[in-house]
Design a protein around this ligand. Structure first.
Ligand SMILES: Nc1nc2c(c(=O)[nH]1)N[C@H]1C(S)=C(S)[C@@H](COP(=O)(O)OP(=O)(O)OC[C@H]3O[C@@H](n4cnc5c(=O)[nH]c(N)nc54)[C@H](O)[C@@H]3O)O[C@H]1N2
Ligand SMILES: Nc1nc2c(c(=O)[nH]1)N[C@H]1C(S)=C(S)[C@@H](COP(=O)(O)OP(=O)(O)OC[C@H]3O[C@@H](n4cnc5c(=O)[nH]c(N)nc54)[C@H](O)[C@@H]3O)O[C@H]1N2
Ligand SMILES: [Mo]
Length: 766
């Protein structure tokens, strides 16, 4: 019996990857009109003398590999190296009010910006402006603020180390630590949570560790779409027969089956490799429950083994020699009841026990995780329970084992390393003083949520964005948009036009930048920049394409231009010399951060070098010099999830988007074609409400009357798609559903918005 599915909804039965991926690359090359140049561009991605792929932060094998195929990396590269251009004549023809009604896809699809622009309010259009005039205006307006703390400086994680370092230098010399950053919406729970556990806010594994792992645990990430080069690694692990245990509410195809476009056999025979050995569809927000459940099992196995005269399954040497807090953890786990674990995780006790058994039997375990773990009200607790789980069997700081957060933007980790932080520590302040002879303020600045709150309240009057699309990426776009329209000054460094640029302030300036793929030529010749991947490897990136116009500047050059116009020769900073030769920026980075010793020499080695990750060799930079087991109270921090009729909504990326950049309207592996206005629901949850597959629904966020920010938040007319997802869970696309997220809905420890658990109610649309 076949029932008619909603328009554009099909079943996708093939493995991830394979010929579908090759076809998608060909299509995106053609769409961006760059078949000849574009194909050559792709071959330079992640090559020793080429540019770092702007797609994701997964490392490359020694960074010397031949071109590693990746469909979504290809989309990112072609989107940037497109032949399409958007110049002054386009803006003369389209008012900003008209462009506001364009879709996010259509805005960016117009192509690369060619000229610096300023908003002309009388004509409601963007008009060209000379670079020096733009800098002078920015400098004058920043200097006119009564307090530097009234300006916000946002960084999106594509910025190179060199750009990010100059940005923080400019802003600290100007006098504030207001550094909202895309990381605040992303892996902040990792950056804040892990230092308390293991003394460093980064992953501990290298790519080689995957060759020695006996089991991989995967929580809340979708590598087939978001870190496709990771699939080669997971495929190797699966083919060795090592178990891969997945916890994800959705059955993500690439975690089930993957056909490697680099395997002639799989391509020729239409074969594939099974990836997950066990796939547990945890309820959204149920990860703390799962982790506590598995730890409960490990403690139980340990007790049993001891009773039988064995040595137990805990790593007692590691625990005694390296850790603190095991007793408090054990008490918490003992006090946690299986009924509650089952209720909150949506999994049976026996399923969780079976996963715990695999863990206890495996000598070396790596645990990988993404946004499904961090973007919750208890995101930090989630991350810390992961660390606890690994530490029970000493799975941190030895070969084949460790924690592996999958970072987002290709250099989001590097930006943090070189000083983009609203909470500068003493080492950073001292380093800046050593390098530049002035002592920056140590006062805490704003993170992303605090910056938006300040903008909405009118406490902050200027916003300078080094890339990104802050207004669309953030929670509560309605309030955020209104706030941004009240600014005195908005400045955007960008490759293309997006919605944030249409939120005009009294003065609004859009500055077009060179991208990763473009050649960056300065006074001493063609420059390289550097980036840091998810595994703390730092390496050079060098573009080679002719820039979209002669009027573009590099991000470092623009930052220096703004800095000179704002600061004059304050502190004698040699901006021009640093722009002439980025090697001089790296020399300064090395003075501020001694870990970058011999920076310029070491990036000449193929593959670059690894920054030190003390926990990776069991050196614990925590106050008590130990790895700390940390207790998280309870299993959830949002009482609304247990209210009658409430579902928990997660917001995810389709296969055809890069964050707020929408390449196309398909989500191939989930069987969605030509649309994004859908909500995935369990058929029984639909039936219970008298609804069915294909019905048009309105979605409303569950109210929180204790929250001063409480008000109705609705998204109308989404098509229900009956989907393989746990009862009580729902999923839909970011950023369309951000309207449902209150600004106050975030993890109190890290400030990460709870984009992955939004309590909602659904009703049939009128
Ligand atoms: N092509 C492409 N690549 C990208 C990006 C992109 O948009 N497009 N974005 C980049 C960025 S900035 C980032 S941060 C990363 C994001 O990479 P991911 O972390 O993979 O991103 P999401 O799409 O948010 O996927 C989260 C996954 O978590 C699952 N999930 C949702 N809620 C829960 C939960 O409560 N528990 C568990 N266990 N799982 C859950 C979802 O089903 C989904 O599979 O990718 C980077 N790479
Ligand atoms: N509901 C929900 N919201 C989320 C998330 C979620 O999972 N669910 N994820 C969050 C996460 S993980 C992140 S990281 C944020 C992303 O937040 P952002 O980093 O702010 O957003 P992006 O969409 O990556 O930014 C895209 C824009 O960057 C600009 N750009 C592209 N390349 C370059 C370049 O080389 N230089 C410059 N200067 N600009 C460039 C272009 O203008 C493009 O439009 O969103 C967060 N928001
Ligand atoms: Mo991210």
């Amino acid at each position: 019996m076949s029932r008619k599915r909603p328009e554009g909804i099909e079943r996708y039965n093939a493995p991830a990857g394979g010929w579908g991926a090759l076809k998608a690359v060909a299509e995106s090359l053609a769409r961006q009109q760059i078949v000849a140049q574009g194909a050559a561009t792709l071959l330079k991605a992640n090559q020793p003398d080429g540019f770092d792929c702007p797609g994701c932060a997964w490392p490359d094998p020694k960074h010397t590999s031949s071109f590693e195929f990746c469909e979504n990396g290809a989309k990112a590269v072609t989107w940037e190296s497109t032949a399409k251009r958007i110049g002054p004549s386009f803006f003369a023809e389209h008012t900003v009010s008209e462009l506001w009604n364009w879709s996010d896809h259509d805005l960016e699809d117009e192509g690369r910006l060619t000229h610096p622009l300023i908003y002309d309010a009388a004509a409601d259009t963007y008009v060209p402006i000379e670079w020096d005039r733009a800098f002078a205006l920015i400098g004058a307006q920043l200097n006119a603020l009564p307090d530097p703390g009234m300006a916000e400086f946002y960084t999106s994680g594509r910025a190179s180390n060199e750009a990010a370092f100059l940005f923080q230098l400019f802003v600290r010399a100007y006098g504030t630590n207001n550094f909202p950053d895309c990381s605040n919406m992303c892996h902040e729970a990792t950056s804040v949570g892990l230092p308390h556990s293991i003394g460093v806010g980064k992953g501990t594994v290298t790519l080689e560790d995957f060759d020695h792992a006996d089991a991989i645990f995967s929580f809340g990430h979708n590598p087939g779409t978001n870190h496709p080069r990771m699939m080669a690694t997971l495929r190797d692990v699966a083919r060795r027969g090592a178990p891969i245990i997945v916890f994800n509410p959705l059955k993500e195809r690439a975690l089930e089956r993957f056909a490697s476009p680099q395997s002639p056999v799989e391509m020729a025979t239409l074969g594939s490799t099974d990836i997950a050995s066990a796939y547990h569809q945890v309820r959204i927000g149920g990860d703390v429950a799962v982790l506590k459940g598995m730890m409960k099992r490990v403690f139980e196995l340990d007790r049993r083994d001891l009773e039988r005269g064995g040595k137990g399954v805990l790593d007692r040497d590691f625990i005694a020699g390296h850790t603190s807090g095991i007793e408090a953890l054990r008490e918490d786990i003992d006090a946690t009841r299986w009924e509650d674990i089952e209720l909150m995780s949506g999994l049976t006790r026996s399923a969780i026990e079976s996963a715990g058994d695999v863990y206890a039997k495996s000598k070396n375990v790596i645990l990988c995780y993404g946004m499904g773990v961090t973007q919750h009200r208890n995101g930090t607790a989630n991350v810390q329970q992961i660390a606890n789980f690994l530490m029970l069997r000493g799975n941190i700081g030895r070969e084949g084992a460790g924690i592996c957060p999958l970072r987002g933007h290709s250099n989001v980790q590097g930006d943090r390393t070189v000083g983009i932080t609203e909470i500068p520590n003493a080492a950073l302040i001292d380093g800046m003083e050593r390098a530049f002879g002035f002592r920056p303020s140590a006062a805490k600045g704003h993170n992303a949520i605090e910056a938006i709150e300040a903008i909405i309240d009118g406490r902050s009057k200027a916003l300078v964005c080094l890339g990104g699309n802050l207004a669309v990426a953030m929670s509560d776009p309605d309030a955020t948009f209104a706030g941004m329209r009240k600014l005195d000054l908005a400045v955007h460094l960008t490759t293309k036009v997006n919605r944030s640029h249409l939120l005009t302030a009294k003065t609004t300036i859009v500055l077009p930048v060179l991208g990763r793929t473009d050649a960056d030529v300065q006074a001493t010749g063609r420059q390289s920049v550097t980036v840091e991947d998810s595994m703390s490897m730092v390496h050079a990136s060098r573009g080679f394409l002719n820039p979209p116009s002669g009027d573009l500047r590099s991000e470092p050059a623009i930052i220096a231009g703004m800095a000179k116009a704002t600061l004059g020769d304050r502190y004698g900073i040699e901006w021009d010399a640093m722009i002439a030769d980025y090697g001089r920026i790296r020399d300064k980075i090395e003075v501020v951060f001694p870990d970058f010793k011999d920076f310029n020499a070491r990036i000449r080695e193929p593959g670059g070098f690894r920054l030190s990750v003390p926990a990776a060799h069991r050196e614990w930079k925590t106050p008590n010099q130990k790895a700390c087991f940390l207790v998280a109270k309870g299993l959830s921090e949002d009482p609304r999830v247990l209210e009658a009729n409430v579902l928990t909504l997660t917001t995810i990326r389709s296969h055809d988007q890069y964050n707020t950049t929408i390449y196309g309207l398909d989500d191939r592996y989930r069987g969605v074609f030509g649309r994004r206005d859908v909500i995935f629901l369990n058929a029984k949850d639909l039936a219970e409400r008298g609804l069915a597959d294909g019905d048009t629904l309105d979605v409303e966020a569950a109210r929180d009357h204790a929250d001063p920010d409480d008000r109705p938040r609705r998204v109308k007319r989404l098509t229900a798609v009956a989907y393989n997802i746990p009862r009580g869970s729902a999923a839909g696309y970011y950023p369309e559903l951000n309207t449902l997220v209150a600004l106050s809905h975030y993890d109190r420890q890290s400030g990460t918005p709870s984009f992955k658990s939004i309590p909602i109610r659904i009703t049939r649309a009128a």
